[in-house]
Design a protein around this ligand. Structure first.
Ligand SMILES: *Cc1c(COP(=O)(O)O)cnc(C)c1O
Length: 535
């Protein structure tokens, strides 16, 4: 069995875990940094990765107790290096990579349907290897010339699908959408209250408190950002959502009015393009109109759904995005990049400098020259930053928009087919009609009562995960627990989805059989019968 080893000999494990690791006696710098060493290491890594990528079996996650992984990892540390050193190191590296790969969520397997990160485009991974070795931290032009230029190029390339006026928009890359959301909200806050950065929370004439309006189903990073920024979670105005999980437009005006009456000054509204739970898309165009009328900054958290802009068939889900003051778009989700690479766009590019209203004379110049104009440090939180854009830019150069569009369309079509397939199964219910590649549903066999259904889904999900063939997630919507699949792997097909449904059914049947046996056994014990005779 793949998963859930139990620990039967804790003491033996502990002995190894506390063993002192012997450092190799001598190590020559010239050897470590030699091209020979590099080539050997690469060969081992490529060997492991090739086997991994070629494996198309159904694998989810072999969830293993940390103690066991600790044990294996410690063993790899303690075993003798032996002679010759480089050959022994290759063996050891191979074993380490094997452990690393086998203990992960198998994102390249068709059984992977559980999360929003994907099996990356191999080209992007290779460029990331180069990033790591040549190491050009990219907040300043002089340290990362090509990445700084590539960022401008990608900004322009992607703006073809966004539609901001050409002369003024800007792109900042950040390590994740959580950080992009925080950055954009800081910009919105500092734009409204110019003294906030230096003096702290403003005391306005009418004692109004700064507040942010968010969808009732926004990502947790938004409320976290409010906490970090000193806005306070209590000043988050929750906009009611409709049955599809979108901000209910008909209630926005009244909610904002009520907030105003409560003494709140809403300076920013956060909409979501692709909510994490069901991937619902808020009506951006209409919200932009509301925000414009009320002088509110509109930020769109398009971490997941931003990529649909590249799909001719689906870009309409983000209609009006060019009216958003800012929006966050994760390339490490639906653009299939390695974690992480987030694109934060601003309609008015100059405003990006408001986020961190700060002067640090040792790095920032008073007046830009042709070089510092390309520095991104003033607009992003990170000081040392990976050259996030390189992986994406190179794939864009090599494969073009077509690759992304093809994969996105395929995943959304698959999700749609899965939905229709579910509709034909009397024992399954979909919670929503999918807008992109996320589908939430429940298994509802007749034997299970309504009251038991939520717990039932949870147990199912845990057992399916533990069985190790499929990796799926769960979701809780208004107190209803459901199963959630996110199709990120284009090698997953309807056949695999149908196998998942069968496995869910079999799991529940097995529980029933186990329970019947247990009940029969209890009955027999109570009646003095010998269990063995009954079988
Ligand atoms: C994934 C996601 C985030 C968080 O993004 P990270 O890149 O993981 O920090 C925020 N908002 C939404 C809607 C998301 O889907």
């Amino acid at each position: 069995m793949l998963a859930m080893h139990s620990i039967d000999d804790n003491d033996a494990l502990k002995t190894i875990d506390t063993l002192k690791v012997e450092d190799p006696k001598t190590i020559e710098l010239s050897e470590v940094f030699s091209v020979e060493e590099f080539l050997q290491v690469v060969e081992v890594a490529l060997g492991s990765l090739s086997i991994y990528l070629a494996d198309d079996t159904l694998r989810g996650l072999a969830l293993t107790e940390p103690q066991h992984i600790m044990h294996e990892a410690r063993q790899l540390m303690t075993s003798d290096l032996g002679e010759p050193h480089s050959a022994a190191r290759q063996e050891k590296l191979k074993a380490i990579l094997e452990l690393y790969i086998k203990t992960g969520i198998q994102v390249h397997s068709p059984g992977y349907m559980g999360r929003q990160f994907s099996g990356v485009i191999p080209m992007a991974g290779i460029v990331d290897l180069v990033n790591s070795i040549i190491n050009q931290p990219s907040s300043f032009y002089e340290a990362a010339q090509l990445p700084s230029v590539a960022e401008r190029i990608m900004a322009n390339e992607l703006n073809r699908f966004i539609g901001y006026p050409d002369d003024n928009f800007a792109l900042v890359t950040t390590s994740g959408a959580s950080l992009a959301n925080l950055t954009a909200l800081l910009t919105a806050r500092n734009s409204r209250y110019p003294q906030f950065w230096a003096e702290g929370a403003p005391v306005t004439k009418n004692q109004e408190r700064p507040a942010i309006a968010v969808s009732g189903d926004s990502h947790y990073s938004v409320s976290r950002a409010a906490g970090i920024m000193g806005i306070g979670e209590a000043q988050l105005v929750k906009l009611p959502i409709d049955g599809k999980g979108c901000i209910d437009l008909s209630k926005v005006g009244a909610t904002l009015d009520a907030a105003k009456a409560r003494g709140l000054d809403v300076f920013c509204l956060v909409a979501t393009s692709g909510t994490t739970s069901v991937c619902a898309f808020d009506p951006i165009e209409e919200l932009a109109e509301v925000c414009q009328k009320r002088n509110i900054w509109l930020h769109v958290d398009a971490a997941h759904g931003g990529s649909l802009l590249l799909s001719e068939q689906r870009k309409h889900k983000l209609k009006g995005i060019e009216k958003a003051d800012s929006f966050a778009w994760d390339a490490h989700k639906m653009l299939f990049m390695p974690a992480m690479c987030t694109l934060l766009f601003y309609k008015e590019g100059n405003k990006r400098r408001l986020a961190f209203n700060q002067e640090a004379s040792y790095v920032f110049e008073k007046e830009d020259d042709i070089y510092t104009e390309y520095d991104s440090a003033q607009g992003n939180f990170e000081c040392t930053k990976r050259p996030l854009i390189m992986n994406l830019w190179v794939c864009w150069v090599m494969y073009g928009k077509a690759l992304f569009e093809k994969k996105i369309d395929l995943l959304c079509e698959l999700t749609d087919s899965a939905y229709h397939f579910l509709e034909q199964q009397p024992d399954f219910t979909a919670l929503h009609r999918p807008e992109a590649n996320i589908l939430c549903f429940r298994y509802c066999p007749s034997q299970v009562t309504d009251a038991e259904l939520s717990d039932f889904q949870l147990r199912l999900r845990n057992d399916i995960k533990a069985a190790g063939k499929f990796f799926i997630s769960k979701v809780n919507i208004d107190g209803i627990t459901a199963l959630r699949v996110v199709f990120m792997n284009h090698e997953t097909t309807l056949v695999h989805f149908s196998m998942l449904l069968d496995e869910l059914r079999q799991t529940a049947t097995q529980w029933r059989e186990d329970r019947n046996v247990a009940m029969r056994t209890q009955y027999n014990i109570k009646n003095g019968a010998n269990e063995a005779e009954q079988i």
